[in-house]
Design a protein around this ligand. Structure first.
Ligand SMILES: [Zn+2]
Length: 394
């Protein structure tokens, strides 16, 4: 109710009493009640207190009334992983399904063995630029205060305020859009605009073909042909939403960006459901919640580290001789990819060997079939440090 309506109601319900309250009395009383309510129900304040006495690096954002509006927290173990695996970061918000009524921005990294790790969490009161700016500045501080090189790539969904903050805090990193979220958005709009199930299915296959095209040549024409096939409204939606940002998701542009084949943030969905079940469970005290997260992060590190040590010892079977030097230096995940390229290399003709555009190596850090064919030809072996940056065991 508006304060004037409250005052009106007071006068009407007590016609025989003299009401001393003025409009400003109501304003003051309302603010006091609001403040008391926040004191009583704001569990995030307690969460912040618990975090400040733990292994988490935390930063907070407070408004003019001293109320907590943002909480960023990052565990020391995650920072250790980041020191080795800082190339690609995934950012995704999980929505207001929690008792804090705040969206939770989750920041994750990927190891050389292709495992996801939670880097940082951030509660924000609003999904607006000032809040995202603050969150990304807090993340930037983690990099600068630990002397960690900044990421090559950030992957997010199409959330303009978040994207603006990423590009202003990390101007030297490339921002890419998650192709899985784009497809979800297109399907939602197709349901409204195309209204023909068979056509929608065909449209999705055509879309995937379009974004996998290797060349920028004719991309706009091909996009136009694709979009115009499904009615004027769909065409307008595709043109205004996805054409201007094509270089952030289309292979024709992203093929030479070191994203190590990470084109979606969908791997974060399982991490989200874990966080929701642990952090946002209604029955835990905050001390218990922090203990659970710390345990989970320790388990995550243990799994990554056990996997690392196994790979240092165990050699992969069926790996070409040319890659033997890489054993114990490069993850099995990257070695298997190199082995696939080696198989392709053995089928290349001399003319095909000269067709290398260098994109595969830049994008994945793994030598391409052309490079391997050249090495075989010269009787050399793949050198681990320089040629397979994506899979280095550290
Ligand atoms: Zn090549």
């Amino acid at each position: 109710m508006k304060p004037s309506a409250i005052l009106d109601a007071l006068k009407k319900t007590r016609p025989n009493e003299t009401i001393l309250a003025t409009i400003s009395t109501i304003y003051t009383a309302r603010k006091k009640a609001h403040h008391q309510m926040l004191q009583g129900i704001s569990p995030i304040v307690h969460l912040n207190k618990t975090l400040s006495s733990s292994d988490f690096t935390t930063t907070t954002k407070v408004n003019d009334d001293g109320e907590l509006e943002g909480l960023f927290f990052c565990h020391a173990l995650s920072i250790n992983l980041l020191k080795s695996y800082h190339y690609v970061l995934l950012l995704d918000c999980t929505y207001k399904t929690n008792k804090y009524k705040m969206p939770l921005l989750h920041i994750a990294g990927i190891t050389g063995a292709n495992k996801t790790f939670s880097l940082a969490f951030c509660f924000i009161a609003q999904e607006t630029k000032p809040f995202y700016d603050w969150a990304l500045d807090s993340l930037l501080t983690i990099f600068t205060s630990n002397n960690i090189p900044q990421p090559d790539v950030f992957l997010t969904n199409q959330e303009q305020a978040l994207i603006n903050s990423v590009t202003s805090a990390f101007p030297n990193s490339t921002h890419l859009l998650c192709t899985w979220h784009i497809q979800k958005n297109i399907v939602t709009n197709a349901t409204k605009l195309i209204k023909n199930k068979a056509k929608e299915g065909e449209m999705i296959s055509a879309w995937n073909e379009l974004i996998r095209r290797p060349s920028q040549f004719n991309f706009h024409d091909k996009f136009q042909t694709f979009a115009s096939k499904y009615g004027a409204k769909f065409e307008e939606y595709m043109h205004s939403t996805w054409l201007p940002v094509a270089e952030k998701y289309s292979n024709a542009w992203t093929k030479s960006i070191p994203h190590f084949e990470n084109c979606t943030t969908s791997r974060m969905e399982s991490a989200h459901s874990f966080i929701k079940s642990q952090l946002l469970g209604p029955n835990y005290s905050f001390t218990a919640v922090i203990k659970i997260i710390t345990n989970a992060l320790e388990a995550q590190l243990h799994e990554i580290s056990a996997h690392y040590h196994q790979q240092k010892i165990n050699s992969l079977k069926y790996i070409g001789k040319i890659l033997h030097n890489c054993h114990g230096q490069i993850t099995h995940f990257a070695l298997r990819k190199a082995q696939n390229n080696l198989v392709l290399a053995s089928h290349l003709t001399a003319a095909e060997r000269d067709e290398c555009n260098g994109c595969h190596h830049t994008r994945t850090g793994i030598p391409c079939k052309h490079r391997l064919a050249e090495l075989i030809n010269r009787g050399e072996t793949a050198s681990q440090r320089n040629s397979m940056s994506s899979g280095i065991l550290r």
